[in-house]
Design a protein around this ligand. Sequence first.
Ligand code: MCA
Ligand code: AMP
Length: 519
Amino acid sequence: MTTSTRRGADGNLFAVLRAGFPADRARPAIIRPDGRTPLSYADIEEQTARMAAYLQRLGIRPGDRVAAQVEKGAATLILYLGCLRAGAVYLPLNTAYTPPEVAGFLADAEPSLFVCAPERRGGLGEAGALAGVPRVETLDAAGEGSLTAAAQASAADSAKEISRQEDDLAAILYTSGTTGRSKGAMLTHGNLASNARTLAAAWHFSGTDRLLHALPVFHSHGLFVATNVVLLTGGAMILLPRFDVDEVIRQLPAATAMMGVPTYYSRLLAHPAFTGELVRHMRLFVSGSAPLSAETFRAFAARTGHAILERYGMTETNMNTANPYDGERIAGSCGQPLPGVEIRITEPDTGRALGVGEIGMIEIRGPNVFKGYWRMAERTAAEFRDGGFFVSGDLGRLDERGYLYIVGRAKDLIISGGLNVYPKEVEAALQRLPGIADAAVIGAPHGDLGEAVVAVVVPEAGVRLSEERVIAALRPRLAAFKVPKRIVIVDGLPLNAMGKVQKSALRGRYAAIFDNPGN
Ligand code: MCA
Ligand code: AMP
């Protein structure tokens, strides 16, 4: 750890972003849809300095974790940037996580400070979530709370600039695992800075851009891809609290670019007010986090004349591949490796490199790839090959022009509306409920969410289960997006010769479960 007052001379992501701020600091950085005064770049500088000064006054040192489960807003981004500036490691948590889920993350990450919504604080105390967390502050959806008050009372000029090496941690983002146990992906200042620079250049971002920002800011997509790219290039973001299709349609005329998960685009297409005229002036639409169907890509192009630019990323790696800005954007492909990123396809069991057109494991190497899982050295080692390639768990192939096609996943994972749900975690929650003998969780095609969670449940002998009661029993335990949209009650699960549940048979059997309108 070193402290320094030099600007732009270090690897701290905040310093990297600040080097891209516009010379005219009065220009807007964050535009609020409610018409309140935008946050200018001067405001960002001042408020993040106050936040960093406050964190330092609390005794938070570089490398200490600051966890936050807060609604999206300008104040949330100030907290994120203030943490970077103070050298603290930012740890955002999905607002949907239940108190028991939050307790698990806090126990694992041992943050020095936890920031939550005021109304959440009581429940978290009851859940024992706050045990061992030395300090808790609040921040509400309007940006008010004890955190804001304390930060505003701190003098901006008392913040010490903290230099960081590229290899130092900037953030930890938890991803669930196929074992059902969450893993904290450790992202460095260098990981995030390199990806922000690469994407800004690849997608031609500049100070004249206005990004329509409707994504949540507790995942890579909304927090890093969207936010960092805008700040690095001195443009502005129209920060919406969430994706609401009517609000997005109202705001699109003021935007030049938008990023989203495929559900955003299919919801726009389903809206009668979404016309080609509305978005003729737009420069770019980016999609990621889940497969964009060729059908949505084509329907969007037919309606608007815009070819959505699909890219492929992971929490652990940031963004890996993207369709070209200028060249051909291919429906169903995630595009080519981004500059500096290497992609190879291998035989999953051996790691032997495969050739053009052959389907295998997608492996990734580059400055974007994370440092490892928090306090899980063995798990980290198991997911890297010799030579530093990260084993993604996604299956795909490369064509002769280097375009990547993802064809499936080796990991048992459901992606619902761009959010990951690991069946193992839902199965474990079901198996802990009384009266359930066995459970298997699968993803089924869903018109709005791409895939949605379905649980196939076997009751214990003599027990009568109902779909509603099982769902109600899961709610306090699991974030709502993980709770199955349907519970199917059966007498037994199909097993293979080894006694393992045949999920592919279940996927086939329930492939049309969401076909009826109203499901
Ligand atoms: C909300 N619900 C969901 C989802 N979202 N259920 C399943 N899947 C979801 N994605 C549930 C709520 O818990 C609630 O349940 C009900 O649906 C309605 O909630 P509401 O908040 O009104 O839903 P919504 O606003 O319509 O949200 C759907 C959404 C949102 C707009 C698609 O989930 C979203 O913004 N997704 C983006 C996620 C994202 O940013 N992913 C990036 C991950 P109930 O009624 O039962 O209480 S980063 C990543 O994957 C990598 C790095 C990458 O490549 O980007
Ligand atoms: P997460 O763990 O939330 O970071 O999710 C990463 C996973 O999302 C990847 O491993 C892929 O399975 C999936 N993903 C991200 N982008 C795409 C895409 N464009 N097409 C298909 N899957 C994607």
